[in-house]
Write a protein that binds this ligand. Structure first.
Ligand code: NAD
Length: 386
């Protein structure tokens, strides 16, 4: 098997790394940058010091502080207009995945004619040219958008999540400073951390998995199991935050090459229809996904169980392995506080449309085993019954 190793973005990682943003952005040749963020990150007191750092390095700043969750393409087009009219020569995104994806998509519009809808991943999509230097500063530990190649947007015409992919959506520099995640409330820590867990679990079993993504996934699973409960329980635990930021980064590297599958397709379908946070939707699916995967990749599922602390006898059948590891993941979900579908007020009549949305999602194509509609619905019904 031939595979690629390494992210395309340079990464600066560590406690306090964001203090270097001014000099690093200037080194990229920027003089006037658009800073993109949302109200929550501003209210958390994160944006001010980052902008100060940029100003101290002599950079001029234009600001867009209106990022919306699940960024709609209409908002991207407005922000792109601001960036073009402001004649910026660089973009800095400061925030969670919604903000980083907004910064990426706006960068597409800096190097290419709009609207952004022209560049959705779909047959006949326009290829795009590189934009300007793009600096991404994550403030959640979940999506790894800072090093992935895709911007995930909401296509307002259909309400579905859809990606834009190409040279302008690759960060020139990712600055991962775990101290920026200290103020994340427990619920957002939980849902974003479970996104990391889902990246690692799915990359470990995806059709595109390879030797390197396996190494990265195993470490990310182990770190998440050890540190996510601590980060949720005590947000000021710097060791837990640093390890979760690192787990997020390496899980992102793993899934960039190996891809994610059923759980992410489910998370996208649930998010688009019921506005459930992305990581929560992905987490809800994992017990069902691992049980299905166990029939085809029992040794990978056994290793997941071991990484989660299970002692698994050599005589277990694939179905038994799947059941035990599925129960362990379900218990981890409960420990982290992931709600059930019923708690989210999803009804039985929502399940079939969820399955249809899931099967249309590109991630579904990376399942290691092909499932038909009835099988997909059965997995979702199992999740609903749990
Ligand atoms: P988010 O960016 O939507 O942020 C969630 C909330 O957390 C917001 O209200 C925000 O203000 C707040 N917040 C963020 N950081 C904070 C901090 N340090 N302190 C206090 N509050 C803070 O959430 P997310 O889970 O990071 O991103 C989800 C989005 O990322 C979805 O649209 C998903 O589809 C996308 N995604 C993208 C990729 C990719 O590779 N591009 C991968 C996975 C998910």
């Amino acid at each position: 098997m031939v595979f690629r190793i390494g992210p395309k973005s340079e990464v600066l990682f560590g406690e306090g790394a964001s203090e270097q943003i001014g000099e690093k952005t200037k080194l990229l040749g920027c003089t006037r940058v658009l800073c993109v963020y949302d109200q929550g990150v501003k209210d958390a007191g994160i944006v001010g010091p980052v902008i100060e750092g940029l100003k101290k390095a002599g950079l001029e700043i234009i600001q867009f502080g209106g990022v919306l969750p699940d960024p709609p393409d209409t908002m991207i087009n407005q922000c792109g207009e601001l960036a073009r009219n402001g004649r910026v020569d660089g973009i800095v995104g400061i925030g969670g995945g919604s903000t980083l994806d907004t910064a990426k998509a706006v960068n597409v519009l800096l190097g290419n004619p709009g609207p952004i809808e022209n560049y959705y991943i779909q047959p006949g999509a326009s290829p795009h040219k590189p934009g300007k230097p793009l600096v991404l500063v994550p403030t959640t530990a979940g999506t790894a958008s800072e090093i992935t190649y895709v911007a995930v947007l909401t296509r307002t015409a259909t309400g579905a999540k859809q990606g834009v992919l190409g040279p302008a959506t690759i960060a020139s520099l990712a600055i991962v400073d775990p101290l920026l995640t200290l103020g994340l409330p427990p619920a957002i820590t939980a849902t974003t951390g479970m996104d990391t867990f889902a990246h690692a679990l799915e990359a470990y079993t995806a059709a595109g998995r390879n030797m390197m993504s396996d190494v990265l996934s195993e470490k990310a699973i182990a770190l998440t199991v050890q540190y996510l409960p601590k980060a949720v329980g005590n947000g000021s635990d710097v060791e837990a935050r640093t390890n979760m930021s690192f787990a997020c980064l390496i899980a992102g590297m793993a899934f960039t090459d190996a891809k994610t599958h059923f759980g992410h397709a489910f998370g996208h379908s649930l998010g688009a229809r019921h506005h459930v946070p992305h990581g929560t939707g992905c987490a809800i699916a994992q017990p069902g996904v691992i049980a299905v995967v166990a029939e085809h990749l029992p040794e990978k599922v056994r290793r997941v169980g071991e990484l989660m602390g299970l002692l698994l006898g050599n005589d277990l059948s694939p179905a038994e392995l799947g059941r035990k590891v599925s129960e362990r993941i379900a218990a981890f979900n409960r420990e982290i506080g992931v709600p059930t579908l019923k708690q989210l007020r999803i009804t039985e009549s929502d399940l079939a449309p969820l399955a249809e949305g899931l099967m249309k999602d590109i991630c579904f194509s990376f399942m290691p085993v092909k499932l038909g509609r009835e099988e997909v619905l059965k997995v979702i019904e199992g999740l609903y019954a749990a």
